[in-house]
Design a protein around this ligand. Structure first.
Ligand code: PMP
Ligand code: GLU
Length: 395
């Protein structure tokens, strides 16, 4: 049999999804594992949004839609971006697809030619490096440090640019670290992006979940930056709608049109019903989203204080998202529960086996010596999970 494509055979599966699948499988076998793997809100989708989906079904919204999304949703997104982040777009500049993940995939397919370089500050979300490669691009990793709050400086960005650099991917606030670039930092990096004539893919999926500091979109810096920024966002995290699969891009009309063309030959369109539910998410009451955000703030406080009270591990307080990026460097080289811990992979495997707690190794995000915990889970799970971590570290 002839071999499958080089691109497909080179793809590594998503570590975050793999770990949550493993935790769910262990649970199904009756093992009392607590999952801190995939980052998805544990809350139900708000009732007003569910009601809008049921209405869409009853109204027979069950046919194809325009490939870039229904007009009411693109209008609702424009209203949301303006009210929440001060970003002004025309509905023709909005492209809707099946989740922000697919939007990111399509953005890179639209921007990159084979061999184009994409700058990616590490630690980075697992999917970026793979989708850059799937589009024929070359990820150029800039390693950041915890001392600099895991942030890339303008000098580091400038030094990484070559003639082949096409774009930069930023996540603000970050997955996995939760760090937020301040408006000043956004402006300083923007100066380099303009100077080097780059595009920027600005993944703002956690922007609403900012707890400390001020969020600023790269698109809000100047008209020039708005032209070169592809804002990516969606309903998954803000409205606890991960399974509904609606994400969007806001960008210049040329890119939006090219993306819609791409979609017209791939997904066709995102679910019609989920699009109507998302209209309600953006236009309806934001109270439930705010209550969920308040709950994440409480969990973050508890998590950070407990981790930092432990002797062998620590974390820098995140500004947003729902992740703790825990430093385990003091544990590297030690033996716990009979297992030698030489890396974050070893740590996570041993913690899962001996502590029945599922976490994601920093290596999946291009940063060993750390472990990611998602606190998008109940306070009870967080308390029990951290009790188990403490017991594990003391053994
Ligand atoms: N970007 C980041 C940084 C994420 O953590 C996620 C989570 N899956 C996504 C994009 C994609 O979200 P979704 O596809 O559910 O909209
Ligand atoms: N973005 C979430 C995470 O990082 C969901 C899993 C995924 O899509 O990879 O855990």
């Amino acid at each position: 049999m002839k071999s499958i494509s080089k691109v497909a055979s080179g793809i590594a599966p998503s570590a975050t999804l793999a770990i949550s699948a493993l935790a769910k499988e262990m649970k199904a076998q009756g093992i009392d594992v607590i999952g801190f793997g995939a980052g998805e809100p544990d809350f139900p989708t708000p009732d007003n949004i569910k009601a809008a989906a049921i209405k869409a079904i009853n109204d027979d919204m069950s046919h194809y839609t325009p490939s870039g999304g229904i007009l009411p949703l693109r209008q609702a997104i424009c209203g949301y971006l303006d009210r929440t982040f001060g970003l002004r777009y025309d509905p023709s500049q909005i492209v809707v697809s099946s989740g922000a993940k697919h939007i990111l995939y399509i953005v890179l397919q639209t921007l990159l030619n084979p061999g184009d370089e994409v700058i990616l500050p590490a630690p980075y979300w697992v999917t970026y490096a793979e989708i850059i490669r799937m589009a024929g691009g070359v990820p150029v990793i800039i390693n950041t440090t915890e001392e600099n709050r895991f942030k890339m400086s303008a000098d580091e960005l400038r030094a990484a640019c070559t003639d082949k650099t096409k774009c930069v991917i930023m996540t603000n606030p970050s997955n996995p670290t939760g760090m937020l670039y301040s408006p000043d930092e956004v402006k300083t990096l923007s100066a380099v992006i303009s100077e080097k004539d780059l595009y920027i893919v600005d993944d703002e999926i956690y922007a609403f979940l900012t707890y400390s500091g001020e969020f600023m979109s790269f698109a809000a810096v100047s008209e020039d930056m708005k032209e070169r920024t592809i804002v990516v966002n969606g309903v998954s995290k803000t409205y606890a709608m991960t399974g509904w699969r609606i994400g969007f891009a806001a960008c210049n009309s040329q890119i939006a049109k090219a993306m819609s063309n791409f979609l017209s030959h791939s997904t066709g369109n995102a679910s019609n019903i989920a699009q109507y539910a998302s209209v309600e998410a953006y236009n309806g009451t934001q109270e439930t989203a705010k209550l969920m955000r308040d709950e994440f703030i409480k969990r973050r406080r508890y998590f950070v204080d407990r981790v930092n009270a432990m002797e062998l591990v620590s974390c820098t307080e995140p500004d947003g998202a729902f992740y703790i990026f825990m430093n385990i460097k003091k544990v590297i080289g030690k033996t716990i529960c009979g297992d030698y811990i030489g890396s974050s992979d070893d740590f996570c495997k041993s913690l899962l086996k001996n502590g029945l707690v599922a976490t994601v190794p920093g290596s999946a995000f291009g940063c060993d010596g750390y472990v990611r915990w998602s606190y998008a889970t109940s306070m009870e799970n967080i308390k029990n999970g951290l009790d188990r971590l403490e017991k594990f570290l003391n053994s």
